[in-house]
Design a protein around this ligand. Sequence first.
Ligand code: PGA
Length: 258
Amino acid sequence: MTTTARTVIGGNWKMNTDRAAGLALARAVSDAAKPLASKVDTAIFPPFPYLPIISQALCDAGSSLWLGAQDCYHAEKGAFTGEVSVGMLKDVGVKIVLAGHSERRHVLHEGDDLVNLKVRAILNAGLWCILCVGEKLEQRVTGQTDTVNERQVRLGLREVSPDQLARLVIAYEPVWAIGTGKTATPADAQDAHFNIRGVLADMFGKDAAARVPIQYGGSVTAANAVELMAQPDINGALVGGASLKAEDFAKIIQAGAR
Ligand code: PGA
């Protein structure tokens, strides 16, 4: 299957930075991304409290960056202490939201049903969604990588309509590779991506599946980004640690533009 997907690079800051450092990082990434915006879509995912000031700064700079949120809650409003709705995120200029990140699944114990509710809330609101999937180490060594990915994709995308697929990105992030310095080999990652695209093709048809960007995530660095993104089914990267240094992240954006 030939991929016609755009390249999407995401910088997931997780629970890092403060107000001043976040603003400075956003401005530096914005400057790096701007000349490459015709080739690569770049998003940053700051912590919730800094979204409004960063949104304003990006707007003032005429930035091409997409403002992203690391999570959301699926209900519109109400008695959900501590949660943030998709409408609130939209209100402060967010364009893209992560769902099912491995830290949400495995540290905060979110299951596939909740992830699916979030995916639908994000897409129903007209925003872009990155659905994150990936196997744990014990699942990889027992040969369950593709089964786990298939289950998370099928359950995550339950009741998602074919037209909503145009605003979907998948991030394949093997859990054992996140924040560990261990990366899947380009060939292993390509294998997993190829199979995920096959699942999308089965659900939504070949042409629609070919247009969905599938990012690789898990210890992506300036050093390994080129080789990973040279694989035919790897359409970008979701980057944690290396997205906190503007120069490193700029090199990853440049790798995506090649
Ligand atoms: P990492 O995180 O690049 O620090 O491994 C990736 C992610 O969790 O999205």
